[in-house]
Design a protein around this ligand. Structure first.
Ligand code: ATP
Ligand code: MG
Ligand code: MG
Length: 283
């Protein structure tokens, strides 16, 4: 029998999303605010070759007035987890959102954000109007990180001392990603290799996945987790914006997106990550 003091403790850490949307439950589960699309995806994923790469889904539960989905806590048992959230894909908005944003309404808040981050991107007309359409803003936003070029971006990293870094917008090249990976893993070769082979296995599973063939995967992340006492692993999380496509559309996930294609570029991001890990291993 395990001595009580050796019993594993859970250490919750959250790298994205609203804090109020999550609750920790006592049974090694994470409760995330219920979203119909996400619950449906998780149900399908439990019957798909991707299941070993997704936290176990235990259905839903109501707490007070709110309904939650019950997910395996991927940090359960880890004393000092080191984690990284990579948001996958060449865009982070759904085509549906873009279509809705195709109004003539000008948004000054979005203009101000663009002005603050990169004034050179604004046209003379936009300056004159002191506003941009949401349609314009959504597409611009993904060009300010590695999302539109490398097919993913680092959302956040938490190191073993609990410190969290969230600003990785300056990362644009694969060499910078490799540098971030070396920092995140503290150059531990076994950790880098474990991540590399996990991503290769994921790549195989994606090829055989009916779910992946039939879903536009937007805003979903790969969660990298390692700990001094355990092997490194990677998990697919966050399916709130993942939606099924019609039977007539065959998604490839490895080609650039054009409006209407529903392509998400998920595999462009996965290839970038695998290449970068290979570079980190031989660095
Ligand atoms: P956003 O859409 O802004 O990315 P969200 O509200 O959809 O956020 P998630 O991205 O699903 O939330 O999760 C937010 C964070 O919570 C993740 O980055 C991760 O740190 C943590 N997290 C989510 N699910 C789990 C899980 N099953 N086990 C452990 N940690 C998790
Ligand atoms: Mg997320
Ligand atoms: Mg989300």
């Amino acid at each position: 029998m395990m001595h009580w003091s050796l019993r594993r403790q859970s250490s919750w850490a959250q790298l994205a999303g609203h804090q109020g949307n999550f609750q920790l439950s006592s049974e090694g589960e994470v409760l995330k605010l219920h979203n119909e699309e996400e619950a449906k995806c998780l149900e399908r994923l439990m019957r798909d070759p991707l299941r070993p790469f997704v936290p176990e889904f235990h259905g839903t539960v109501t707490r007070g007035e709110r309904c939650y989905i019950r997910l395996e806590d991927l940090l359960s048992g880890l004393r000092k987890p080191v984690i990284m959230d990579c948001k996958m894909g060449v865009r982070t908005y759904q085509e549906e959102e873009l279509t809705k944003a195709k109004t003539k309404d000008l948004r000054s808040d979005m203009y101000q954000r663009m002005l603050k981050i990169d004034p050179s991107t604004l046209s003379e007309e936009e300056h004159r109007q002191r506003g941009v359409t949401k349609w314009r803003y959504l597409q611009w936003r993904d060009t300010t990180s590695s999302t539109s070029t490398l097919g993913f971006r680092i959302e956040g990293i938490m190191m073993e001392d609990g410190s969290v870094q969230r600003d990785f917008r300056q990362i644009k090249t694969l060499a910078q990603v490799t540098e971030a990976l070396l920092y995140f893993t503290r150059k531990q070769l076994d950790v880098l290799k474990a991540y590399h082979s996990r991503l290769l296995a994921l790549s195989d599973a994606l090829r055989n996945s009916r779910f992946f063939r039939t879903h536009e995967v937007i805003g979903s992340s790969l969660l990298f987790v390692h700990d001094p006492s355990s092997m490194a692993s990677v998990w697919m999380i966050d399916f709130g914006k993942t939606t099924p496509v019609q039977d007539t559309i065959k998604l490839r996930h490895n080609i650039p997106w054009v409006e209407g294609s529903r392509e998400d570029g998920y595999l462009i991001g996965l290839t970038s990550l695998i290449t970068s890990l290979s570079q980190a291993i031989s660095a």
